[in-house]
Design a protein around this ligand. Structure first.
Ligand code: CUA
Length: 401
């Protein structure tokens, strides 16, 4: 390598290192793995800090030794020194030191893994199912869950709501390919694998709004498969549960209000895949979605309480306008419950964005919209709705508090 070339490569490497270093100073870093907000994440943090310290010290020592050797013994035209081979004492010492370091770290790591895998003390359970490209949370009405007010199953998506200070057991699986669940502030990553159930656990110290993302490449919209965990204090949790258990309004067939028009437009165009609990057909029978006839993974988000969430489409896009979204993200732990439970009102709804989604969903989020050989899709297609239908459906969606 010529000297000039060497300098250029050196300058580029230094610039890259500087950028890398500066990005670590970002203030707005909701997925910072160094700021645990719960028990499991703290267990990981307690391991990673000493490991990084030891690795850092070893790294610095090695750099110093290499730099010293390179500078001190560079070729200045001096005679080649006497050649020797082997130095048993030095070799033994340099084998024992790394062995001791790695064995120690290995011991602590094994302990941490066992501790994180232990979900025995976690009574409340949520089934977490990944699919292309969103997460479903279903809270079964088990005896243990009844103690937390869940005496009727709750199904939601995108945002996992949990009570503060309660260890929540997640039973993770997938309906199509492998995904990975990760809320850095609350725990490490855990894969969601089709045909298997992996147990995971989350516990939050304080009310909060925690961001995460799918961390196993799962196809076109892997980057648009987000997840959020919202921790609420006992009082707010009870309110959330009570609301989620309610069915949506069933509008009468002769009701001509804009909401009722939208209800019928939704039923005609969207209810093939999306369930709304409480919706009725024209003959009074319950409207049951049949996503298995349309979607490879055989499920689509239940939208009964869409406006109680802050995001849609795999929790990728805010339902809220910038100002309201900011208020939620920046809410202190005392305010968070009230801000989150307020949901999405007419003033805060980012209507343009939601309409855009109904107009052409795959234009906002890449999805496989060509049916496979069985006629099934991966994700929501462009339904070819008219502007009137879009407007009407969004008016109806706003009632789903
Ligand atoms: Cu799901 Cu990546």
């Amino acid at each position: 390598m010529s000297r000039k070339m060497f300098r250029r490569v050196g300058a580029a490497a230094a610039a890259l290192a500087t950028v890398g270093f500066l990005t670590s100073c970002a203030k707005n870093s909701p997925q910072d793995t160094w700021k645990p907000k719960g028990d499991a994440a703290r267990t990981i943090d307690n391991l990673q800090r000493p490991v990084f310290l030891v690795a850092g010290i070893v790294g610095v020592l090695v750099f110093i030794a290499v730099a010293y050797a390179v500078i001190r013994y560079r070729d200045r035209g001096q005679a080649i020194p006497k050649q020797t081979h082997g130095k048993p004492a030095l070799e033994i010492v340099l084998t024992i030191i790394p062995f001791v370091i790695l064995a120690t770290i290995g011991g602590f790591t094994a302990n941490t893994i066992v501790e994180l895998a232990d979900t025995k003390g976690c009574e409340m359970t949520v089934n977490v199912t990944g699919q292309q490209w969103w997460w479903e949370y279903d809270y079964p009405a088990t005896e243990a869950n009844k103690r937390y007010g869940i005496d009727k199953p709750i199904v939601t998506s995108g945002e996992l709501v949990i009570p503060v200070g309660v260890c929540v057991k997640l039973k993770q699986t997938s309906r199509d390919v492998i995904h990975s669940y990760w809320i850095p502030a609350l725990n490490g990553k855990k894969d969601a694998v089709p045909g298997r159930i992996h147990e995971n656990k989350l516990e939050a110290d304080e009310p909060g709004y925690f961001s995460g993302q799918c961390t196993e490449f799962c196809g076109l919209s892997h980057a648009n498969m987000r997840q959020w965990a919202i921790a609420l204090n006992a009082e707010d949790w009870a309110k959330w549960v009570e609301n989620q258990k309610q069915d949506a309004v069933a509008y009468a067939e002769d009701d001509t209000s804009p909401e009722a028009e939208g209800y019928r437009a939704f039923r005609q165009n969207c209810s093939r895949c999306h369930q709304i609990n409480g919706m009725k057909n024209a003959d009074g029978t319950p409207t049951i979605a049949v996503p298995e006839n349309n979607i490879v993974a055989a499920a689509a988000p239940n939208l009964t309480h869409l406006m109680s969430r802050s995001r849609f489409a795999g929790a990728t896009f805010p339902l809220l306008r910038d100002k309201c979204n900011e208020r939620l993200i920046k809410a202190s732990s005392e305010e968070l419950g009230a801000v989150y439970l307020a949901g999405v009102d007419a003033e805060c709804l980012n209507r343009t964005q939601l309409e855009q989604w109904l107009r052409n969903a795959p234009g906002m989020k890449p999805m496989h919209v060509k049916p496979d050989e069985r006629g099934l899709l991966r994700g929501m297609p462009n339904l070819g709705l008219s502007e009137d239908q879009i407007d009407s459906i969004v008016t109806y969606l706003q009632t789903l508090k």
